[in-house]
Write a protein that binds this ligand. Structure first.
Ligand SMILES: Cc1cc2nc3c(=O)[nH]c(=O)nc-3n(C[C@H](O)[C@H](O)[C@H](O)COP(=O)(O)O)c2cc1C
Length: 328
């Protein structure tokens, strides 16, 4: 089934999952540049955003008008969810995703995120309010259910579809599983059967083999990938090539990998400012080094503790291209 956004296909159906603190503008841009059908912003708390936390608005705003970007909102009050969606649409958002999957206690204690699986009537009111507030497509991201006794994603998805939701992404775990165990892709099939809008399978997809297995087990229309893309922003494009015939990405290695990582680093410093940027960038640099496998523990530590950006880049060169450094 083709996944559509306002009549245009979201192609290839390999999407970047929203991850707070990770899928910021620089990372989304990088993943999109290699090739992804959709990238999703970090979750924004609807009430806080509408009540004008300037930094939050700016963070959400940047890039939300970029084609094939969905902005994700979370909240527990229909009024604030609708207001947030309206504001985002007015600021250029082309797609709004509702978060009903976040298991974090600070979110579920506020009765938002995956806690809404326990109160489906209330969840529906939020969905209806958002759909009524905007003309752009509204999508839903949730889990299989709250726990093994309440695996109600199929019912919630069917009601969400009736309310006007255009796509449903399911992380194949319950809330109470957090990130433990393995994602149950076969269980996503029950959601696929319950709705006629596209369903996207998510959870533990780390490459073309697992993407294929998730699609086969679930019958989903596409896949969404989160942690697997850390340190390898080309992964989605690679999966899209292997499974959906998209153009093969040019995967950088050696000095070209260093160039790509350096560019990503500079983009993070620009986006966050140098002080915060140096700290935020560390997790990405760690993943790049882990993935490349070229840095020993000392080289890795040196990159991740250096404070001066120029020094970080110099150490990164040694960590990612040790052979070039010896030759030079
Ligand atoms: C650090 C982190 C932050 C996340 N933030 C969000 C979020 O803001 N909104 C959301 O719907 N899911 C969030 N998730 C869940 C992911 O979107 C995804 O559903 C989950 O990681 C499973 O997919 P994966 O195995 O491909 O990572 C987050 C996950 C991680 C690891």
């Amino acid at each position: 089934m083709t996944v559509l956004n306002a009549g245009k296909p979201l192609s290839p159906p390999v999407f970047l999952a929203p991850m707070a603190g990770i899928t910021d503008r620089p990372f989304r841009d990088l993943v999109a540049r290699f090739g992804a059908g959709l990238v999703v912003s970090e979750m924004v708390a609807s009430q806080e955003m509408v009540q004008a936390k300037a930094a939050m608005r700016e963070r959400a705003e940047l890039g939300m008008n970029v084609e094939n970007t969905a902005v994700q909102i979370a909240g527990r009050e229909a009024h604030w969810m609708a207001e947030a969606a309206r504001w985002l649409e007015g600021s250029g958002a082309v797609m709004i995703d509702i978060n009903m999957g976040c298991p974090a206690k600070r979110v579920t204690n506020g009765y938002s995120g995956s806690a809404l699986l326990k109160t489906p009537d209330h969840a529906l009111r939020l969905i209806e309010a958002v759909v009524e507030a905007v003309a752009v497509p509204v999508t839903l991201k949730t889990r299989l259910g709250w726990d093994d006794d309440l695996r109600n994603a199929p019912q919630l998805a069917a009601r969400a579809e009736a309310a006007g939701v255009k796509m449903v992404t399911i992380h194949g775990r319950t809330r109470c599983q957090f990130y433990k165990g393995r994602a149950d892709w076969a269980a996503i099939a029950e959601v696929v059967e319950a709705v006629s809008v596209p369903v996207i399978a998510n959870g533990d997809i780390t490459g073309s083999d697992t993407a294929r297995q998730a699609l086969t087990a679930s019958g989903a229309a596409g896949v969404m990938i989160g942690r697997g893309a850390q340190g390898q922003p080309w992964l989605l494009a690679q999966i899209a090539h292997n499974l959906f015939g998209a153009l093969a990405p040019d995967i950088p290695e050696g000095s070209r990998l260093l160039d790509m990582v350096s560019e990503h680093y500079e983009a993070m410093l620009d986006f966050y400012g140098p002080e915060l940027g140096v700290r935020v960038a560390r997790k990405h640099l760690g993943w790049y080094m882990d993935h490349a496998g070229t840095a020993d523990a000392a080289a890795r530590r040196a990159v991740l503790t250096a404070k001066d950006p120029a020094e970080v880049l110099r150490l990164l060169g040694r960590a990612l291209t040790p052979e070039d450094q010896v030759a030079a």
